[in-house]
Design a protein around this ligand. Sequence first.
Ligand code: URA
Length: 276
Amino acid sequence: MRLDRYVSNALSTPRRATNKLIRAGRVQVNGLTVRDPMVHVVPSGDVVALDDEALRAPGHITLMMHKPMGCISATQSRSHATVLDHVPAALQHRKLAPIGRLDKDTTGLLLLTTDGGLNHYLAHPKHNVDKAYRATLKEALPADAEARFEAGLVLADGTNCLPASLERLGDEQVRVVLHEGRFHQVKRMLGALGGHVTALHRERIGDLELDPALAPGDARELNASEWASLARTLPKERLPSAWQPPEGYQPRDRRRRARRGESATKACQAAKTPER
Ligand code: URA
């Protein structure tokens, strides 16, 4: 990796500012001052320092965004504002991409990452990461709406949806939890029941909830407790290598067993013993 890229990623500074630091002689590689931004460094072996303070080896970054109305979930567009326009200036040089898509008029939780593997994992329907949405409707839904969601709706074009959950929050507000992410899915599912969505907001992805302190249009890197929430959904290899579980943290399936008073060994034995 080029030295300017390493330093830029570690400090979250734009490449031009980084090059100034390097050319000014403030960056050391393995104890020696290097003034050439194009020198090659090995992140797993070389020690890169700024003013003799070792820098963290650059890695991927993942951001939580409160997506506002009016921008599209794409990395570039000639005609529309994109979610990347809301990434903080200091992180604009990172190659961030949104994980999945929210419609232009949908607000709420959107993750952006430089980690293609994480993006693929969270977006793929086979990994069954559930997503919760709050929808506002023009009119109340029919009495059998919950049962039809649970049974798996068939959309107007014949698409079969996986079973989903619907909770009424008021006459014209519902919470929908989906395990897949088809185009306009919430709007089309509610539409199949005669509902017209006037506002849609994503509240949660897996166990990760949108930080209520994040205003529409704001984005920031995930913190340790948010990684802990995601870790209940993700396999170990998809977590940042520097992430350490907080004290008392238990992965989700172990938490469930603990609540039921079972040990992991007992649960495995029970699964292997045929019912009589
Ligand atoms: N379902 C929709 O209809 N729109 C979204 O933006 C997300 C899910």
